[in-house]
Design a protein around this ligand. Sequence first.
Ligand code: ATP
Ligand code: MN
Length: 480
Amino acid sequence: MKRTKIAELIGHAPENQKVLVQGWVKSHREYPDVSFVALNDGSTIKTMQIVLDANFKAEYEAAHPDQDYKELMKSINTGAAISVVGHLVPSEGKGQTSEVKATGLKVFSPFNPDFPLQKKGATLEFLREKMHLRPRSNTFGAVFRIRSAAAFAIHKFFTEKGFFYVHTPIITGSDTEGAGELFHVTTLPLNNIPKTADGEVDYEQDFFGKSAHLTVSGQLNGETFAMALGDIYTFGPTFRAENSNTSRHLAEFWMVEPEMAFYDIEMNQDLAEEFIKYVIQYVMDHCADDLEFFDEFGHTLNQGVGKRELKARLNFVLKHKFKRITYTEAVEILQSASKKFEYPVKWGSDLQSEHERYLVEDHFKKPVIVTDYPKDIKAFYMKLNDDGKTVRGMDVLFPGIGEIIGGSQREEDYDKLVKRIHEMGLPEEEYWWYLDTRRFGSAPHSGFGLGFARLLMFLTGMTNIRDVIPFPRYPRNAEF
Ligand code: ATP
Ligand code: MN
C-alpha cells in the first residue's frame, strides 16, 4: 500500500477508506481505553490524529502475544517515527474534521528521551544549535515549505514571461564588482605555497592556472546570455566572505538575477516590483497554513514582530505601488528628518541600513526604490547618467529588511565602460570577454539581484537571516 501524505489526506472526505500514513509523533495522549497520537509527516504544518482504541489494543495483543502493549504505547511519543494503517473517519474531537482509526502500527524508531525538540517553546537560538533537527519543529517546517514554494514561484514567474534559466558558474576567475570579500578556491598546498621570483603567490601552479574564487554574483556571465537569449535569469548560490555578523548577511546565500536585453531602468523597476509581488501572492495562495502559523505565533519567536502583523504586511505590499525616488531626493529627506542617525547622511556616501529603514518604515511607510546613486559608491558596470556624477542603479528597500534588491541599467557603451574600469582601478585585461559584449552587438540592458533569503525574511517574518536557509554559513560557522 502506498502512503498518503497528510496534506492530501486533510482534503479528503472521511468515508472509512483504508489509508497508510507515516511520519513523526508530535504528541501522544493516553487514556485508560484509548490513545490519541498527533502525527506529522512534514507535508503540512497540520497533524493527523491517530486513534488507537480498545479494538486496536485487543487485536494488537492477540497478534503479538509476546509483546507488552504498555511498552508499545510508551515507545510512541514525541519524535518517534511510525507507520499506521487505518481508516479515515470523521473525528468527534475538536480541531480536526477527520482522523485515522488505526488497525495496524509499526514503529520504525521508538521514542528516545534524549530527543532535543520535545519541549514546546524552544528558542530560535537553541534550535540553531540543532540545525540538523530543527526542520522537524513547526517553525522550521513552515519556513522551509515556504522557501520551497517561493523558489518554485520564481521559476514559474520567469518561465511564464519567456525568460530562460541560465546556470552561471560557481567557481570563477573574475570578481564581478572588484569588491573583494572573496573566498579563494585553490589546490595549492597551504603550508607550502609556491611563490614567484618577486614573492607573489604563483597561481601558474594552481589548479586553474590563475587565481580563482567562489562567485559573488552571476551577473557578468548572465549579461553575456542576455545579449544572446534576450531575457534570462540565474538562481543559484553566491558567496561573500564579508566578516559582518549581522542578521541580514550570510557567507553563502542564494541570489536570483534576471538580466534583460533592451530594458531601461524604468522597465527594470517595473519588473522588480511585479516579480516580488508575484512571489508574495503565490506564497499567500499556496502556503496559507504556514503563513497563518507565523501570523499567529511569529511574535513569540521574533522580537519586534507584532501578533497578526505578518499577513497584513504582505497584503499591504501587494496593494501599494512602490515609491520611487532618486538617491539625491533620499538624501534630502534624510537630512531634514528629525530623527538622529548613528551615521550622518551626506551626498556621496552610501545609505546605511538605518537610513534605508527610515525611508521605508517612517517616511513613506511602504517599499521604496531608490535610483541614480553617486557613481563612486556603485559598481563599474552601472550606466552613467548625463550629469556625469550619478549612475542608473536601483535598490529596492523593504520594511524590516532594508535592501532586498540591488540592480541597474548596465553601461552598454564600450568607451564609457572601459573608462569606468580604469577609474575604479580594475584590471581591464580581466574583463576582456565582458567588454566583448560591448564590442559586438551591444544594446541597452538591465538587471537586478534579489537576495532570496532576504525575501524569505519578509515572507515569514523571521528576523534573522540564519533562520531562513537550511544550513547557514557565517563567520566562524560551517558546522553541519
Ligand atoms: P547590503 O548593502 O545589504 O550588504 P549589497 O549592496 O552588498 O547588500 P548586492 O551586492 O547588490 O548587495 O547584492 C544583491 C542582493 O543580494 C542584495 O540586495 C541582498 O538582497 C542580497 N545580499 C547581498 N549580500 C548578502 C549577504 N551577505 N547575505 C544575504 N543576502 C545578501
Ligand atoms: Mn553587502
